[in-house]
Design a protein around this ligand. Sequence first.
Ligand code: PAD
Ligand code: ZN
Length: 367
Amino acid sequence: MKAPVLLAYDSPLEMRNDIEIAAPATGEVKIKVVASGVCHSDLSVLNGTIPLPTPIVLGHEGAGIVEEVGEGVTSLRPGDHVVLSFVPACGECYACKRGQAYICEKAAAQGAGGLLDGTTRLTSEGAPLHQMACLGTFGPYAIVPEISTVKIPDEVPLDIAALIGCGVLTGVGAALNTANIEPGDTVAVIGCGGVGLNVIQGARIAGATTIIAVDMVDSKLEMAKEFGATHAINASQGDPVAQVMAINARGVDVSFEVIGLQATMEQAINMARSGGEVVLVGVPRMDVFLNLNAAFTFLYLAKTIKGCWYGSSNVNEDVPKLLELWRNGDLKLKELISKEIDNEHVNEAFEDMKAGTVARSVILHSH
Ligand code: PAD
Ligand code: ZN
């Protein structure tokens, strides 16, 4: 198999042509990955923000077709179409049983860069290659846990299904599951990339009537309006908190941070109204800490700060719900795709992401 590999942090991915892929073990399936989005979290592994072990095949936003099933796999058959979930959902652990599959206890294994048993099914030049999030969708094939898949109808195009796997579940879920948006609410979304645009459309679906998009790139702010933003603020043209207060002096009912920087996380906290909610979605470096102002002020203002992992999604319930919203015309999916590329051009997709010129680049694999 031919796939781009991250050999060491802060270096471009390198194409390897000799990757060997083992057969699926018990509870695993082999997926012919048809499409994979390129998400900022992939770039965050490359630059060490998300410290996974190398060498590793990145990619955690994918969809494809089941090619082979391992022993004990009961829910899937070859030929089934699936969205890949970047968090496994075992359905049996403490979190899953409490409706919190997004923090399934089986996911603890992911930090080691292997599958659920800690080992990987990929080798190159005789050495093991890790798989991001038990997946590794930048490769045209992947062995993944059965519990990291959600079966979808064959007629759903797999390029848009791939985007559901991370950006849509996370962004729309942040608005519909993590936050408590009431109809008529005012919300602000800082960062209008592939995930932030989905927060914006989720806020629109939840009934927010004032949706303030904050970014530094005008083309992103234009896209934000297409996804439901009613106001746009360019953060490079003055303090975004003051700009939000100029629109709504009380502050917003719900603010979302979708970048992962200390400064913008603190902006989100400061632009929420007294009694409002702050939802932190962007993934910061491990050494980022937040300044919550004086403790008295924080509690007196009665704000709620919520961490948001995977849009607080229960993938087995939420993927069908999102597909229904898409079928009804309420959810834009195709519109998120700025560029379709092959997996040899993924380094350019990272450059486009850093330049802020794309919402999502999507890899379409050849097999
Ligand atoms: P992206 O790079 O597509 O979008 C980031 C956006 O932020 C771009 O439009 C930038 O122009 C904008 N931006 C950058 N700096 C600033 C600033 N100072 N002020 C205003 N705007 C700015 O990334 P993405 O949408 O793919 O991912 C966004 C974050 O979400 C990233 O940290 C990623 O790792 C995280 C993420 N979290 C989860 C989760 O489960 N919490 C899941 C998936 C992604
Ligand atoms: Zn992602």
